[in-house]
Design a protein around this ligand. Structure first.
Ligand code: F6P
Length: 465
């Protein structure tokens, strides 16, 4: 593969960040991929997010923007129900985020998942050229590599999982788990966000499949075929994100939040409205802080930005209802005529606006119960003023915690732990804030999305040597 080879990215959704706007709403994937494709005149194939009429779908809509060609297909209502709402987001997503209690196992949705993967393979195959490097993303498309190869595709194909890989004891609760992982071993290279998720995967391959695993090189050999499995922690597009600080939009957003908080400390959370993000637990921690320090109610304003996500899935409707109730309870108990302690906002904002909000917030709360990486933690740090930086409170269960040890690490399940961290953050002297910031900004800047892409694609390049 030459480094000029065209990059073909295949993911469930196709989104151009500038067009879609809200960073928190779309997760880290879209921004990361767009940067990689831009530099290689790449092709991005996936679902348009739209529902087609009845019957089989086959029309591909192409469009070139900013050097990136997108090729999208619509899915039928049953495809969306079984593949996206069903197997991907009601089976794999909860299971991979350690929520066995929420995982549903239904034969029909499993069939829909395989059907849509087959459809992706069928429609993308004619678009591939001999030298293309193919990079498949995330849990929606685990079997796609095997489906492409069964159609004669000879290109190198890599796969990156953006979410955690669960411990073997949990993963084996998935019916037909072996079948799913065996398809994964058809990729030339499989990437994970952290060493922890990689270790879980290798443990599964060794103990459940009897694969030959070389921990040093990441080679997993089964049935005479070898796949390389390694960890590649994803980062933010530092150059782009840090440049947003110069924008008028960011400045206005910062002023807007500053003006409205009138001298109180703003503490911010930005997350898709998802049960993996630990939002009810976060509110419990804030409530505990106010219980323990009622005299400080006037010091703190908590802003939670939580754009709705996957609204047709039951567990997402429930989390929304739970949050409305909890935010209402705190505000009912603690508000004054001139003070509302929790501002709970169900909409997305542009990256520039988020930059401004992060900069105006002296505490960033990123407390998922489980998260592949979490780029909001990195964006929060990237937006801070080096002369007066805010404090990041970060869940020890976010993949980002491995690289960001100088954040205030917390157990998000413990309201006491969260309340304690909030107090420490509120009172942290400038000198300590700067020390922590100086250590964190290094990894945010250096381990950026370009490095992530380069490392993954370089290993994909050499994976068959
Ligand atoms: O990070 C996981 C992920 O599923 C990404 O693939 C996606 O960009 C993001 O979450 C948002 O999810 P959805 O496409 O279901 O709205």
């Amino acid at each position: 593969m030459s480094t000029d080879a065209r990059l073909v990215v295949i993911s469930n959704r196709v989104a151009v960040p500038k067009a879609r706007g809200a960073a928190g709403a779309q997760g880290g994937l879209a921004g990361a991929l767009h940067s990689a494709l831009k530099s290689r005149k790449g092709l991005w194939f996936g679902w348009s997010g739209e529902e087609s009429g009845t019957g089989r779908t086959g029309n591909i809509a192409t469009q070139t923007n900013d050097g990136v060609t997108t090729a999208t297909i619509d899915l039928s209502q049953s495809d969306i129900e079984e593949y996206y709402n069903g197997y991907a987001n009601s089976t794999l997503w909860p299971l991979f985020h350690y929520r066995l209690d929420l995982a549903k196992y239904e034969r029909e949705t499993g069939k829909g998942y395989e059907r849509v993967n087959e459809r992706f393979a069928e429609l993308v195959t004619p678009l591939l050229e001999d030298d293309d490097v193919v990079w498949v993303h995330d849990y929606h498309l685990i079997p796609l590599g095997e489906r492409l190869k069964s159609r004669g595709c000879k290109n190198r194909i890599g796969f990156f999982l953006h979410i955690p890989w669960p411990a073997t004891r949990l993963f084996v609760s998935l019916p037909y788990h072996e079948r799913l992982v065996r398809t994964m071993l058809h990729y030339d290279l499989v990437g994970f966000q952290t060493q922890e998720w990689l270790d879980s995967f290798l443990h599964y391959c060794r103990t459940e499949l009897g694969a030959d695993v070389d921990e040093g090189t990441g080679e997993v050999t089964l049935d005479g075929r070898t796949t390389i499995a390694r960890a590649y922690p994803i980062g933010i597009d530092w150059d782009h994100f840090s440049s947003l600080g110069q924008s008028k939009e960011a400045w206005q957003a910062e002023q807007r939040l500053n003006d409205s908080t009138r001298g109180r400390t703003a503490m911010i959370g930005v997350d898709r409205l998802d049960y993996s993000k630990g939002l009810p637990e976060r509110l419990d921690g804030i409530s505990r802080f106010f219980d323990q320090h009622p005299e400080r109610t006037r010091d703190l304003v908590f802003v939670q930005i939580a754009p709705p996500s996957r609204e047709d899935v039951d567990s997402y409707q429930q989390i929304r209802a739970t949050l409305e109730q909890k935010a209402g309870q705190i505000n009912g108990a603690r508000s004054e005529v001139d003070l509302v302690p929790v501002r709970y906002v169900n909409r997305g904002y542009t990256h520039s606006e988020l930059f401004g909000f992060f900069r105006a917030s002296k505490i960033g709360l990123v407390t998922p119960l489980r998260d592949g990486m979490n780029l909001v933690a990195k964006e929060y740090i990237a937006a801070q003023d080096p002369e007066d930086p805010g404090v990041l409170i970060l869940s020890r269960f976010a993949g980002a915690a491995g690289q960001m040890q100088d954040a205030l690490l917390v157990n998000p399940h413990s309201p006491d732990d969260l309340a304690h961290a909030i107090r420490i953050a509120l009172d942290m002297p400038l000198e300590e804030r700067k020390e922590r910031y100086n250590s964190l900004i290094g990894t945010v800047q250096d381990d950026n999305v370009q490095v992530w892409t380069r490392n993954f694609l370089a290993d994909l390049d050499s994976s068959r040597d």
